[in-house]
Each structure stands twice: as structure tokens, then as C-alpha cells.
Design a binder for this molecule. Sequence first.
Ligand SMILES: *[C@@H]1O[C@H](CO)[C@@H](O)[C@H](O)[C@H]1NC(C)=O
Ligand SMILES: *[C@@H]1O[C@H](CO)[C@@H](O)[C@H](O)[C@H]1NC(C)=O
Ligand SMILES: *[C@@H]1O[C@H](CO)[C@@H](O)[C@H](O)[C@H]1NC(C)=O
Length: 330
Amino acid sequence: LFPLISPSVEFNYYIFILYFQVLKAKNFSHWKGEQQMYKLDIGWPKAPEYFTGQTFCVAVDSLHGLVYVGQRGDNVPKVLVFSEEGYFLHSWNDTVEMPHGIFVWNTATGSSVWITDVGTGKYGHTVKQYSPLGKLLQVLGTPGNAGSSLIPLQFDQPADIFVEETGEIYVVDGDGGMNNRLLKLSDDYKELWLTGTNGSGIGQFKIPHSVTVDAFGRVWVADRGNKRIQVFDKVTGEWLGSWNGCFSEDGPYSVRFTADYKYLIVAQLNINRLAILVAPPVGSIGDCAIVHSVQLADETKPHLVDVNMRSGAVYVAEIGAQQVQKYVPL
Ligand SMILES: *[C@@H]1O[C@H](CO)[C@@H](O)[C@H](O)[C@H]1NC(C)=O
Ligand SMILES: *[C@@H]1O[C@H](CO)[C@@H](O)[C@H](O)[C@H]1NC(C)=O
Ligand SMILES: *[C@@H]1O[C@H](CO)[C@@H](O)[C@H](O)[C@H]1NC(C)=O
């Protein structure tokens, strides 16, 4: 692109850009002494006017280069689909009331999108699977009825879902309803194990808000109300540990790993921050350490995030700013 510019000039230009990023950041102190890890992609999406509601969640299809956004509001499409380059592709409304969490499931035969719906109308209290074009494929839970039953399956404001390649499903239930639990389901939607009750003791939850599984068989849960992250064995559901020390200012809203599984990215809605924590290797999860943070503008309210597991790009669904932003690794 710039054949006349020598590498060192390019490097200086790069520093210059970084300097401006720092100046643009409202609070200088957050950036001091920290290595910059991400840069905002100001060109994503190409046409931000498609965000017409409150953007609660985002999921990346790393394989097919698609980004799904769940938004709420009256008379707005509930799911928006963009390309990774930022072009708007299509949207759908049908059978989605109040999307909370969203997840893309890729298998050898195709991809689908799972959405947790905390609506209170006739489609609410469910976890639903859609084709990439928005065709409803599967409904878990009892639409329109909140509950705790396992047969038939019921949810109360299910907050987030993670699906393994094998089809095994993890649901955190929920976002302030009567349940405070983590559920593992088989690929034919039967309970394999369930853990968690209302409380702040070991293995208990207060608003289990986001869930993910790492490459070492551990399930990570953002235990928002208890201001901690708890970790469980994915086979047995056994409690493995807890990170209590890093979220005193604001509870964790999201748990997602970076593409190399070296870090966890945690949104903190009330302090408008993304915290990046070292993910521990196999074995004991030890104590938490925030190695980097991205301070967003006041009232941005980052809710849930997702990561492209190929490029490493991080997408942040911001309820306050009513947009999804893309951060690219430096
Ligand atoms: C800036 O960051 C520091 C350290 O986190 C914090 O104590 C202070 O309140 C912040 N100031 C503003 C204006 O956000
Ligand atoms: C969704 O519903 C809104 C309001 O009813 C409508 O304006 C919009 O065209 C619909 N979009 C789709 C994709 O159905
Ligand atoms: C959970 O327990 C607390 C008291 O520890 C109580 O205030 C709250 O209402 C309970 N929540 C549910 C959903 O039962």
C-alpha cells in the first residue's frame, strides 16, 4: 500500500496512531504501563444505522465469516447478520422476543445459531436454534412459561448458551429469574448434570450470566451478582475453583476466550470496561490477574462479547451505545 515508506517510518506512523488512541481514551490512567492489545476497527460495520434497538448480544461464525447481533426493541428486527467485513446481509424477527445470549454452533455439516430468549410473551423463557437464514429449528424450554422443571425442560430468563462440537449444551439459567443454575444437556436435549442454587457459597450463583468451555474440559461461568467467575469440570459438573479478587468494582458480564485460549475477555457493564485476564493452563485455576483493560466511553454499557477464533477479533455488544464494536488484535 505504501511502497515508498520504509519500515521504520511505518512503525512511527503506527505509534502515532496508538498515541491518538490513548488521547481519545477518556481516562489516561487506565492505559499507563499496559501493553496495548486491541485496536478499535472504526470501519465496522459499514452502515451502523442497522442498529435500531438495544444490542444485547453478538456471536461470530468464525468459519463462514458472519456476525450475528441480537437486539431488542419495538418494531425492530431482533437478529441482524453482518459479514466480518461489516456489510449488512439480512435480519429476522420471527419467534424472537427478547434475545439475551447468542452462540454460533459449527459442525462438519453446517452451522446454526442458538439464542436465549428472556421474553415473557408466548415465545419467551426458551433457548432456540435457528438456521443461518433465521428458520426456527429447535425450541428448548416451555415457550411462554417460566419454571425449573427438567422434564419437560423449563427455564426462567436463560442468560447464555455454549454448544460443543459434539452437540452437548451448557445453559446458564438465568438472568434474574427463579433459577440460579448451570445445566448440561446431551445432544438430544436431556439433562446430563445440573449444578447451582441461589446463594453466594461455593458453587452457588447470583445471576449466572455467561458461560463458555475451554480446551481443557473446564466450564467457566460469569457469576455476575457474586462478582466472581466460577469454574466447573465439564464431564462431572464438579466445582474446580473461583476467581473472587478481580471484580470488586463491577461483576463479570461475559466470559469468552481469546483465539489462542491464553486470555479471558470479561465485559463489566457498569464501569464500561473490558478486562482481559490470564487464562490458567490445565489444572488449578489459581488466582485471577487482569493483564489489560479497554476503557470504553461512559454509558457504553458492554453486555456480552464474542471472539472470532480464527482472526482473534473481539466483538462487543453495547446496550448503552446501541451498537456492536469490533476490536482487532495488534
Ligand atoms: C480514572 O481511572 C482511575 C483508576 O482506575 C480511577 O480511580 C478514576 O476514578 C478514573 N477517573 C475517571 C474520570 O474516570
Ligand atoms: C421486523 O419487524 C419490523 C417491525 O414490524 C419490520 O419493520 C421489519 O421489516 C421486520 N424485519 C424482518 C426482517 O422481518
Ligand atoms: C436468593 O436469595 C436472596 C437472599 O439470599 C433473596 O433475596 C433472593 O430473592 C433469592 N432469589 C431467588 C431467585 O430466589
